[in-house]
Design a protein around this ligand. Structure first.
Ligand code: ACO
Length: 320
């Protein structure tokens, strides 16, 4: 049986940092409120010349280096982003051009929002398991700062910019054990970015819209069921999980999920305090952090989970 394994990880964060104290000068908020209600202390923000593509390229090259591979070894590029430089050509196509590897399939996944990276891993995993391709580069990259209303304190304090990447490669040894992706369009009004709708109405301001409180409650219920589904599909128990690599939306959601798995917080990858919510980039950024810190060891069992606009949600159970 063929599996796909994580061969390498990489990340990129812009140098510019916006601390909660900086936000106190922009909107009616406080460092204490943001830390207590979300766990976020600062976030990275792009500067001139940085965008979803430049960050994806840096993270992707780092992941390839960690895997000991060259761009020419890549058979498929998937970029998860809600903030591409253009709707088309895709960020993945631009990246393919930068890498000089024309010919392989390359596409963006923007419709799964924050779950885009898990959706991308799931797609790449199917192609690798089938034997159609050997190596895939899956990247999450976001410039959330570009789609925020910086006068709206209920959203602008939550997000940050950055990119994370993994290289998946074919292996006879178990790697990704299973992926589980879902959506429920009846919650389309909870989180959205209505670009075309607003353009058609000639409205100038196009920002992310979120009903945070509803989303919080939905996420807690959905993720609990997702854990059960993921473990049951592999006949595993929660005590088998070594690491939780969660989407970084709110520390209270993350702590609740760790509790559901009976995992201490030192077995949970947390980047939220330093990076905020980087949407599709948050899981690969969190994974890369604990991998580079040498905390995650080969053969440990990792549970990756996400939820986002759509609603969409998904998990990947990975033997690292
Ligand atoms: N500073 C100070 N006060 C604030 C701020 C702020 N930045 N934002 C909101 N408030 C106020 C509200 O106006 C409200 O005031 P009121 O009681 O006078 O009306 C009060 O704080 C409480 O507001 P709530 O929205 O009920 O606060 P809550 O505890 O739910 O926290 C939050 C809000 C942080 C958004 C939380 O609901 C959350 O994290 N939800 C999940 C969000 C999420 O997961 N988003 C991303 C998922 S998908 C993706 O990643 C793109």
């Amino acid at each position: 049986m063929k599996y796909s394994r994580i061969l390498g990880t990489g990340s990129f964060l812009p140098k510019k940092i916006l601390k909660n104290a900086d936000l106190e000068k922009i909107v009616d908020t406080t460092d204490a409120w943001i830390v207590e209600r979300t766990g976020i202390r600062q976030r990275h923000i792009v500067s001139e010349g940085e965008n979803a593509l430049t960050m994806a390229e840096s993270a992707g090259r780092q992941a390839l280096e960690a895997a000991g591979l060259m761009p020419k070894d890549v058979d498929m590029i998937i970029v998860a982003t809600t903030t591409p430089i253009k709707t088309f050509p895709s960020t993945a196509c631009y990246l393919q051009k930068s890498f000089g590897i024309g010919g392989c399939p390359a596409f963006d996944l923007n419709s799964a929002a924050c779950s885009g990276f898990i959706y991308g891993m799931s797609i790449a995993d199917q192609y690798i398991r089938q034997g159609t391709i050997k190596t895939a580069l899956v990247i999450g990259t976001e410039v959330m700062s570009a789609i925020l209303d910086w006068t709206d304190r209920s959203t602008c304090v939550l997000f940050g910019d950055g990119a994370g990447a993994v290289v998946l490669g074919a292996s006879d040894k178990p790697g990704i054990l299973s992926t589980h992706i879902h959506a429920d369009g009846s919650y389309e009004d909870v989180l959205s970015l209505p670009i075309m709708e607003r353009k058609m109405r000639s409205e100038e301001s196009i920002f992310l819209q979120m009903s945070g409180n509803r989303l919080f409650k939905l996420a807690v219920n959905i993720l609990g069921d997702l854990f059960e589904e993921t473990l049951a599909a592999n006949s595993l128990k929660k005590s088998d999980v070594d690491w939780l690599i969660p989407h970084q939306a709110n520390i209270r959601i993350i702590q609740g999920m760790a509790k559901k798995l009976d995992l201490p917080m030192d077995r949970v990858a947390v980047t939220l305090d330093e990076q905020g919510n980087t949407s599709a980039a948050s899981i690969p950024l969190a994974l890369d952090k604990v991998v580079r810190e040498g905390k995650v060891k080969r053969d440990q069992l990792l549970l990756l989970e996400s939820f986002g606009g759509g609603l969409t949600w998904g998990s990947a159970l990975v033997r690292f």
